[in-house]
Design a protein around this ligand. Structure first.
Ligand SMILES: CC(C)(COP(=O)(O)OP(=O)(O)OC[C@H]1O[C@@H](n2cnc3c(N)ncnc32)[C@H](O)[C@@H]1OP(=O)(O)O)[C@@H](O)C(=O)NCCC(=O)NCCS
Length: 178
């Protein structure tokens, strides 16, 4: 029987200076900013933009339409989602059904967290194994499924950052935007 085998690769990537990649990885058509690190067994799909001084730990999956700011930590096994199966199943080749995710600066995402298509403002920590289902508009620590505000981070700004260019509306007390 015929079968098709494709190899993991690093293809059509725009690298800033001093980026470290530990192979094997499957990384294509994306941009990775200077002084960033990408651990092994990671997939980063096309049109993803990763800022400077980011650490993408092993086994992370960063899908199309994800943008990550500077100084971010993406923990081991973190999964981003761009297809909500909104029509009852996978979008397959219908790109119009895919949704974007925007991560601000200084965001640390704990191991095994799942990030649905959302915007997360600057200065946020997401707990291990959390599932982020809504926009986060207030700096702080969030955890659980669905992720909820746990506490503030001492010494960080309390202002709200508009990670999605105005698409985030008013910040609620919980920091979760409905
Ligand atoms: C979310 C996190 C930062 C919270 O730390 P913290 O502020 O010290 O919180 P605490 O340990 O005091 O826990 C506070 C409450 O949140 C709960 N909690 C903590 N982490 C949680 C998580 N990941 N998911 C769900 N609930 C969590 C605790 O059970 C506790 O609940 P309780 O008040 O009902 O007892 C931390 O637990 C975490 O998950 N860090 C991610 C670490 C990581 O993945 N590192 C990757 C490199 S190894």
């Amino acid at each position: 029987m015929r079968h098709i085998t494709l190899q993991v690769s690093v293809r059509d990537v725009v690298f800033g200076e001093n980026v470290t990649i530990i192979e094997p990885v499957n990384i294509y058509g994306c941009k990775i900013g200077k002084n960033s690190f990408v651990g092994p067994f990671t997939e980063i799909q096309k049109d993803v933009v990763i800022g400077e001084k980011c650490k993408i730990q092993s086994h992370a999956f960063i899908c199309e339409l994800v943008t990550i700011g500077n100084n971010c930590f993406i923990g081991h096994g973190v999964i981003f989602v761009n297809d909500l199966f909104s029509t009852g199943g996978p979008a397959m080749r219908d790109k119009d059904l895919l949704k974007p995710t925007i991560i601000g600066n200084n965001v640390s995402i704990g191991s095994n967290a799942t990030i649905l298509p959302v915007a997360i403002c600057d200065n946020v920590v997401i707990g291990a194994a959390s599932v982020v289902t809504k926009n986060i508009t207030k700096p702080g620590i969030y955890a659980g499924n669905p992720a909820k505000f746990l506490r503030s981070i001492e010494g960080t700004n309390t202002y709200t950052t508009n990670a999605l260019n105005g698409e985030i509306s008013e910040t609620s007390e919980s920091g979760i935007n409905n």
